[in-house]
Design a protein around this ligand. Structure first.
Ligand code: AMP
Length: 411
């Protein structure tokens, strides 16, 4: 039973709220769950406590507030060993614009700043604000911390983040590359530094976060210097349903020649492209691997393009980094698909990569470690843990006069 400080981590989407109670010192997860279909006809909540699973439906009008209320009144009510040790609430916030390069304690000014970034993340930031409001009402005594997906990439230099567009679009409207998945890339950087026995501020890696969303980051001396996502998460790698890099002339062509409206273009590029669009079968890497092995041509092509484009980015990031201590794979695909890693490293032989087939096959389902031969550029699989980063940041920012404050968390 935990007796040390616990952090409640909240990740609010437009119609969902994911929650977790985590020990910030070791990442141990006591409670995790999700409220889904919020604002829709049949909202529900699923959760697990120490691995035991539960589920129930919520009232028809339930939104983020009702999920948090259920968490407090039903899930944590008879768990004083958790509830009474909560020290902070950590919120995942997708977009912090140029205002936040680190996690911050939430106050009214921070809320206003998140509000100002709504135009950059119109689906996510309003949901985060609802979640913050609901959590403030439910836990008025606890400090709330915002951890931004964009923060880690604020170290990118201008030449990496300014688009080759009229400069006024950046100056007057903030149109630039921001990058996402920063919390995951940061976790992987810190863990890679430990595994490589280097101080974080001396580690140089290429971090490939490959999940349903995917991005790759070049990290120099522990800081992001380039990343594949841009103003929005559409740019960069091929993803589950997003197209990644395309010729922007495509938009004019779709509009003027094929009569697509903006909504149709947006839906197509975000929801109907990527692995799903190419394969005409699925956005799920597992399903595509299976189908490709049974001769499905679209699945094979989708996997080929995914890996080829990823390998090209890795090559480009070798060019922007003065040295690469390790290439790191993470995210659902990066952590589990030995096939994707094999295809990508096969493409990169010219850069000095050589897979160790046995190690590659073993690094799955949460296993961490090297997957390349001793002669190769170092290549690691590191399971990501964004919730733990959020819990750690939240615990570290707790002011000393907070109830349950535990100074040892900072050690
Ligand atoms: P994420 O968004 O990080 O949860 O990752 C989801 C992606 O990981 C989906 O495309 C899954 O098919 C993929 N994935 C999960 N497990 C495996 C696996 N064992 N082999 C291949 N892909 C996997």
């Amino acid at each position: 039973m935990p007796t040390s400080s616990q952090v409640l981590v909240l990740n609010c989407g437009s119609s969902s709220l994911k929650f977790a109670v985590i020990d910030p010192r070791n990442g141990d997860l006591s409670v995790s769950g999700i409220g889904e279909a919020l604002g829709e006809e049949e909202p529900q909540i699923k959760w697990s406590i120490h691995g035991q699973k539960f589920a129930t439906s919520l009232p028809g009008d339930a939104r983020h507030t009702e999920v948090i209320r259920f968490l407090v009144e039903q899930i944590l009510n008879d768990k004083p060993e958790l509830r009474d040790h909560l020290v902070a609430i950590g919120h995942r916030v997708v977009h912090g614009g140029e205002k936040f390069s680190h996690s911050v304690l939430i106050n009214d000014a921070v809320i206003n700043a998140i509000q100002e970034c709504v135009a950059l993340a119109p689906l996510h930031n309003p949901a985060h604000l609802q979640g913050i409001q609901a959590a403030r009402e439910a836990f008025p005594e606890l400090p709330q911390v915002a951890v931004f997906d964009t923060a880690f990439h604020q170290s990118m230099p201008r030449h990496a983040f300014v688009y080759a567009l009229p400069f006024a679009l950046y100056r007057d409207h903030g149109i630039r590359r921001y990058g996402m998945h920063g919390t995951s890339h940061r976790f992987v950087t810190e863990r890679a530094a430990e595994l490589l026995n280097l101080p974080v501020n001396e580690v140089n890696i290429i971090s490939a976060h490959l999940g349903n969303g995917a991005s790759i980051t070049a990290i120099h001396n522990g800081r992001s210097i380039d990343t594949s996502m841009g103003l929005t998460p559409l740019e960069g790698l091929v993803m589950g349903t997003r197209c990644g890099d395309v010729d922007p002339g495509l938009l004019m062509h779709l509009s003027s020649r094929l009569d697509y409206c903006m909504k149709e273009i947006s839906d197509m590029l975000n929801k109907k492209s990527g692995l799903l669009g190419i394969s005409e079968l699925s956005n799920d890497c597992r399903a595509l691997e299976q189908a490709a092995s049974e001769g499905h041509d679209g699945a094979q092509l989708a996997m080929d393009i995914f890996c080829y484009r990823l390998a090209k980015y890795i090559g480009a990031y070798h060019a922007v980094l003065p040295q690469v201590d390790a290439l790191v794979f993470t995210g659902g695909i990066g952590e589990n698909s030995s096939l994707v890693r094999e295809k990508v490293l096969g493409q990169l032989r010219g850069l000095g990569y050589e897979l160790d087939l046995g190690k590659n096959a073993r690094a799955r389902f949460g296993e961490e470690g090297p997957i390349a031969s001793d002669r190769s550029c170092v290549t690691l699989v590191i399971p990501t843990n964004e919730e733990w980063v959020i819990a750690r940041d939240a615990a570290e920012l707790v002011p000393p006069d907070t109830p349950n404050h535990d100074p040892s968390v900072r050690e």
